[in-house]
Design a protein around this ligand. Sequence first.
Ligand SMILES: *[C@@H]1O[C@H](CO)[C@@H](O)[C@H](O)[C@H]1NC(C)=O
Ligand SMILES: *[C@@H]1O[C@H](CO)[C@@H](O)[C@H](O)[C@H]1NC(C)=O
Ligand SMILES: *[C@@H]1O[C@H](CO)[C@@H](O)[C@H](O)[C@H]1NC(C)=O
Ligand SMILES: *[C@@H]1O[C@H](CO)[C@@H](O)[C@H](O)[C@H]1NC(C)=O
Ligand SMILES: *[C@@H]1O[C@H](CO)[C@@H](O)[C@H](O)[C@H]1NC(C)=O
Ligand SMILES: *[C@@H]1O[C@H](CO)[C@@H](O)[C@H](O)[C@H]1NC(C)=O
Ligand SMILES: *[C@@H]1O[C@H](CO)[C@@H](O)[C@H](O)[C@H]1NC(C)=O
Ligand SMILES: *[C@@H]1O[C@H](CO)[C@@H](O)[C@H](O)[C@H]1NC(C)=O
Length: 317
Amino acid sequence: MFMKMMMAEKFHQFLHAFVIVVLLLFMKPALGLSSRVEDAKTKCIERERQALLKFKYDLIDDYGILSSWGSEEDKKDCCKWRGVGCNNHTGHVTMLDLHVLYNYSLDPPYRALRGKSSPSLLELQHLKYLDLSGNEFHDDITKLRNLSNLQYLDLGDNYDLKCGNLEWLSHLSLLSHLDLSYVNLSKATDWVQSINNLPLLKELRLIDCTLPDITTHPSLPLNSSVSLSMLDLSYNYLSSSIYSWLFNFSSSLIDVALSDNQLKGLIPDSFGGMISLANLSLGSNHLEGALPKSFANLTHIRSLGHMRCSAPGLGIS
Ligand SMILES: *[C@@H]1O[C@H](CO)[C@@H](O)[C@H](O)[C@H]1NC(C)=O
Ligand SMILES: *[C@@H]1O[C@H](CO)[C@@H](O)[C@H](O)[C@H]1NC(C)=O
Ligand SMILES: *[C@@H]1O[C@H](CO)[C@@H](O)[C@H](O)[C@H]1NC(C)=O
Ligand SMILES: *[C@@H]1O[C@H](CO)[C@@H](O)[C@H](O)[C@H]1NC(C)=O
Ligand SMILES: *[C@@H]1O[C@H](CO)[C@@H](O)[C@H](O)[C@H]1NC(C)=O
Ligand SMILES: *[C@@H]1O[C@H](CO)[C@@H](O)[C@H](O)[C@H]1NC(C)=O
Ligand SMILES: *[C@@H]1O[C@H](CO)[C@@H](O)[C@H](O)[C@H]1NC(C)=O
Ligand SMILES: *[C@@H]1O[C@H](CO)[C@@H](O)[C@H](O)[C@H]1NC(C)=O
């Protein structure tokens, strides 16, 4: 009797297992199908995967930022690697975002990649978005001229990047966002000309770049760009001769920062012609006098930041 009960229970267990196996067999095609769909959605192009791996192996990655990048079986799809984005339809790598965030509860408070990035980056011909800001690359950035699909380029806070002139920029004619802040551009005497050749540029940040003053180039053909809306040239040594270039963008500029430069004399009336202006910072220059009457035209103005000028009693007259 006891034996019979045991056998009956065994049989039930067996039946249970059998049902599960049969169910799994029936479900398998469905599971297979969904993983094929997944594969199709995120196919990574082998040549670009190799280029990314080469990029990784030429760098020093003290903090394992690129630990999801590898040739192991479970890491095959480079579109799923940290910081990499692909086009859903073509599979081409279109985005590389390895910017460094500061977090003051970490020691050190940032986690950066170091070294010389290999030319393999140039194989990513479909890149539209490249953000390597805050790292410690010490390349010659002029080679990026080949990435002619770039729309967004941020190499800011890479103190050791090498850069001669900015002629290479003229080849990136689709750029709408450019940030080279804290890169030493002291040799880029052609910077205005190069910027003028970027017809789609909307945002430009060249903070603390040791930019050469514009006076060294008397005649500059303007071939751009009525679209420039954000301009930050603070912490350079620019003189008032920047105005001749600046006011060419009067109708499009919304945010303008020129603080900590060498601007002298009266604040020009022409700022009043920047009809869309929302934020203007002119502080820490050597400007004199009151704000011109034309500033009353600036109906969208939100902030006149840090208007620290040498003359006391500054205010709209
Ligand atoms: C690509 O796929 C992602 C998520 O799967 C989606 O958020 C994004 O909108 C898609 N992009 C295009 C261009 O289809
Ligand atoms: C900063 O780092 C700490 C410690 O690892 C973490 O708990 C916190 O979430 C981080 N903060 C941000 C904003 O990433
Ligand atoms: C980059 O462009 C130069 C010519 O401008 C060409 O010689 C070189 O082969 C290109 N490199 C890549 C990786 O496309
Ligand atoms: C920038 O580079 C120039 C020449 O390459 C050098 O003389 C100058 O000291 C550098 N400036 C800074 C702030 O590092
Ligand atoms: C102006 O831009 C066009 C293309 O947008 C280019 O063909 C032409 O050479 C540029 N002119 C100058 C003077 O840079
Ligand atoms: C500003 O535009 C005028 C024509 O509108 C041009 O003559 C001048 O050269 C431009 N200035 C600069 C610095 O590009
Ligand atoms: C102007 O500055 C304010 C405060 O810093 C900021 O929130 C805003 O995004 C800036 N731009 C515009 C267009 O208001
Ligand atoms: C701005 O205001 C001044 C008077 O303060 C006026 O003469 C000038 O035409 C105005 N400019 C624009 C662009 O509205």
